[in-house]
Design a protein around this ligand. Structure first.
Ligand SMILES: C[S@@+](CC[C@H](N)C(=O)[O-])C[C@H]1O[C@@H](n2cnc3c(N)ncnc32)[C@H](O)[C@@H]1O
Length: 197
C-alpha cells in the first residue's frame, strides 16, 4: 500500500496525530464526531489514526478488493461506519456531515478538473468548523510528474494551491512530514477550510 515503504507508516501516523492535536487546540477546532478517509486503501489511516480519534469514521476507496480487505480488518472496530466503494471523481460526501475529511496519498489519481470538483463536494460535506486535511507527495519543479507505474501524478505545491483556491478552499496550516527516506518526494500536509467571503 505504501509502495514497499511500510516502515514509514509509524512516523507518518505519529505526525498526522500530532497535527490533529494541534488543530484541536485552535480557537475554532473541528469536532471529533465524524471523519471521512478518502482513498482509504485497506484502511491503514482509518485503523491507526482516525478511528482512535473520532467517534465514527467512514471510508471511501475505489478498489473493491481493498474495500473487502478493509472490511475484514476493521470488522471489530466500533468506530468504523460506512465503507464505500467509489472513485473520488464520482463521489460527493453527504452535505454538512464531516468534522474532518482526510485525503492521503490518493489525489494524484484524479485529474486537476476532477480534483477541483471533488474538493467542492468536500467543502459542502464539512460541518461547522470542519477541515479537510490533504497529505500528499509534492514535486519540486513547477510541473506535475507522471508515474506510469500507477498512472498517478505528483503535483507541485503551487498547482495544489491553485486547485484548493479554485474549489474555494483556504490553506490555514501546512506541515512537512519529516523522517521519510531520502531521495523521495517531499510529503506535505495542508489543512483547508472553506474560503469565507
Ligand atoms: C497509496 S494508496 C494510499 C492508501 C491510504 N490513503 C494510505 O495512506 O494508507 C492509494 C489508494 O488510493 C486508491 N485510489 C486510487 N485511485 C482512486 C480514486 N480515483 N478514488 C478512490 N480511491 C482511489 C487506491 O486503490 C489505493 O488504495
Amino acid at each position: 500500500m505504501l509502495g514497499g515503504l511500510g516502515h514509514v507508516s509509524h512516523i507518518d501516523i505519529k505526525t498526522s496525530d500530532d497535527l490533529l492535536n494541534t488543530i484541536w487546540k485552535w480557537a475554532r477546532p473541528p469536532g471529533r464526531q465524524r471523519a471521512l478517509d478518502c482513498g482509504a486503501g485497506i484502511g491503514r489511516v482509518t485503523r491507526l489514526l482516525l478511528s482512535r480519534r473520532f467517534h465514527t469514521v467512514d471510508a471511501v476507496e475505489q478498489c473493491p478488493k481493498f474495500v473487502e480487505a478493509a472490511r475484514e480488518t476493521l470488522r471489530d472496530n466500533e468506530h468504523v461506519g460506512q465503507l464505500i466503494c467509489a472513485g473520488l471523481q464520482e463521489f460527493s460526501p453527504e452535505e454538512n456531515s464531516y468534522d474532518v475529511i482526510w485525503c492521503q496519498w490518493v489525489l494524484g489519481h484524479l485529474t486537476d478538473e476532477d480534483l477541483v470538483q471533488f474538493f467542492v463536494g468536500c467543502r459542502r460535506g464539512l460541518r461547522a468548523d470542519g477541515v479537510i486535511v490533504v497529505k500528499e507527495n509534492v514535486a519540486t519543479g513547477d510541473q506535475s510528474e507522471y508515474d506510469a507505474a500507477d498512472s498517478s501524478v505528483t503535483r507541485p505545491r503551487a498547482l495544489l494551491e491553485t486547485i484548493f483556491a479554485d474549489a474555494q478552499l483556504r490553506v490555514v496550516a501546512t506541515r512537512r512530514q519529516h523522517g521519510m527516506p531520502r531521495g523521495l518526494y517531499a510529503v506535505l500536509m495542508f489543512v483547508l477550510r472553506p474560503d469565507e467571503p
